[in-house]
Design a protein around this ligand. Structure first.
Ligand code: UD1
Ligand code: CA
Length: 451
């Protein structure tokens, strides 16, 4: 049997006051991606057939972030942050044109695993009308409590603020994700009031209403580290720690060696092949892919870079977006690469800037060589042919082409193309004056005696 269509509604309109930030909470980042980006990726992986995102009013940034991740999503503004039920109702139009299951996700719980969301949806196929994701946190303060009846069904969710002391001792909490197979869901949500401590329309009140209407409201449990909600910067940092721990374990299980895993930082999309070794204190920003057997040495910083098999990068290398490091390439200490490719076997072992260019196979970039790519207005391209040798401290003023196997003498400032197999020297000729230093010293010492 094919499953019914699934509308996933992501709530991202909260003010996030507790973040103390000018930016919307859902734009804060975890593992190099916004919280909203995580929620959208959870939704897509969970099998959404339609997506609705509820954003704050007049927030072009949140809307743009939603559409950047999910161009097909319907975006709705919640005019006033009157609570999570009001937020779902902001997507009324999407709900009314949808016939099928509905899953509501909060954009501030980015660690929920896709398998968990699938269990929540599966509960609907096993007879639940409403499935609520529950968990037992170490510290339940702030979370809504699941109140169960004698038969294990959820009778109500009581928000922390509204809970009685005895209800607060209840450890099972609401993670936020909730799945509905309720034909008249809009009608149910419309009945939610705001008679509570926050004067808000709580989505969680849908549970008691559904229960009283005789619907089956069942809990699905997940691990506490999945369910943590991010309301404060401390919680964001805590979630980041969990995210990083997961990423490290996953990398090691896939055959990556790390000497000090706790000092290696991953992004949501870092891909690392087998038998890669990573030394301590390495940071991977978004968009990094590392090929088999490569070595990333200590204190390197990579963002938007692709590293070929068997390459060696670092220590202290900085690879910026568009760095394409080919097979067996060596990139050494204090080398910065941006929007440039180094083809197989090329070497830049120390102190160089390679920006907006190509370094052909087997070419050697000497210490201190600089690609002068920027004239203050535009960026220009430098092309270094295969097997070329760029001497130490050369400045290549782009646009410029160095032919295959050509030599550029150390200290040269190259502003014109160099043909293949040629030598280019562009530096002041050396003058040597024999005996000059001795004479000079004698003169100075005589003057001092006279004084
Ligand atoms: C909510 C739940 C609580 C649960 C906890 C799990 C309610 C009433 N409470 O509390 O039971 O234990 O999450 O983390 O649902 N939002 C809007 N519009 C609004 C209000 C919120 O879009 O008017 C969005 C927020 O952006 C956020 C999500 O809904 O993504 C949850 O809102 P938040 O205020 O963080 O709820 P909690 O107090 O954490
Ligand atoms: Ca929250």
């Amino acid at each position: 049997m094919t499953p019914p269509p699934l509308l996933i509604v992501i709530l991202a309109a909260g003010m996030g006051v507790r973040m103390c930030s000018q930016r919307a909470k859902v734009l804060h980042r975890l593992g190099g991606r916004s919280l909203l980006g995580h929620a959208l990726s959870q939704a897509e992986a969970a099998g959404a057939t339609a997506l609705a995102v509820v954003v704050p009013p007049a927030s072009a940034e949140v809307r743009a972030e939603a559409l950047a991740h999910a161009p097909a999503a319907a975006v709705f503004e919640q005019t006033q942050q009157a609570g999570t039920a009001d937020a779902v109702l902001a997507a009324r139009e999407a709900l009314s044109r949808h016939a099928g299951d509905v899953l509501v996700l909060f954009a501030d719980t980015p660690l929920i695993e896709v398998a968990t969301l699938q269990q929540l949806i599966a509960a609907l196929n096993q007879g639940a009308n409403v499935a609520v994701l529950g968990f037992e946190p170490d510290d339940p303060a702030g979370y809504g409590r699941l109140i169960l009846d004698g038969g294990g069904r959820v009778r109500a969710i009581r928000e922390h603020k509204d809970a009685s002391p005895s209800e607060r001792t209840q450890r099972l909490c609401n993670a936020g994700a909730m799945a509905f197979r309720v034909p008249s869901l809009l009608e149910l949500l419309g009945r939610i009031g705001n008679d509570n401590a926050s004067r808000e329309y709580y989505l969680t009140d849908a549970v008691a209403l559904a229960y009283e209407a005789g619907l089956a409201v069942l809990p699905v449990l997940c691990a506490p580290h999945e369910a943590m909600g991010i309301n404060t910067r401390e919680q964001l940092a805590e979630a980041e720690a969990i995210f990083q721990r997961r990423a490290r374990v996953k990398a090691m299980r896939n055959g990556v060696s790390m000497i000090a895993p706790d000092t290696v930082w991953f992004s949501y999309d870092t891909t690392i092949a087998r038998d890669v070794t990573i030394e301590p204190n390495v940071f991977f920003g978004p968009g990094v892919a590392i090929g088999e057997g490569a070595e990333i040495l200590a204190n390197s910083h990579l963002v938007g870079a692709r590293i070929g098999a068997g390459a060696r990068v670092g220590p202290f290398a900085r690879l910026r977006p568009g760095a394409e490091v080919g097979q067996d390439v060596h990139v050494g200490n204090f080398v910065e690469i941006k929007n440039a490719s180094l083809e197989a076997g090329a070497k830049a072992n120390h102190l160089a800037y390679i920006g907006d260019g190509r370094v052909g196979a087997g070419a050697n970039i000497g210490a201190g060589a600089i690609f002068c790519n920027y004239d203050g207005y535009n960026k220009h391209f430098t092309d270094v042919g295969a097997g070329a040798f760029i001497g130490s401290n050369a400045a290549l003023i782009a646009p410029v082409t160095i032919g295959e196997r050509a030599y550029v003498a150390s200290g040269s400032v190259i502003s014109r193309n160099v043909e293949a197999d040629a030598l280019a020297i562009a530096r002041g000729p050396q003058e040597v004056r024999p005996g000059w230093a001795a004479k000079f010293r004698g003169l100075m010492q005589n003057r001092r005696k006279k004084r």
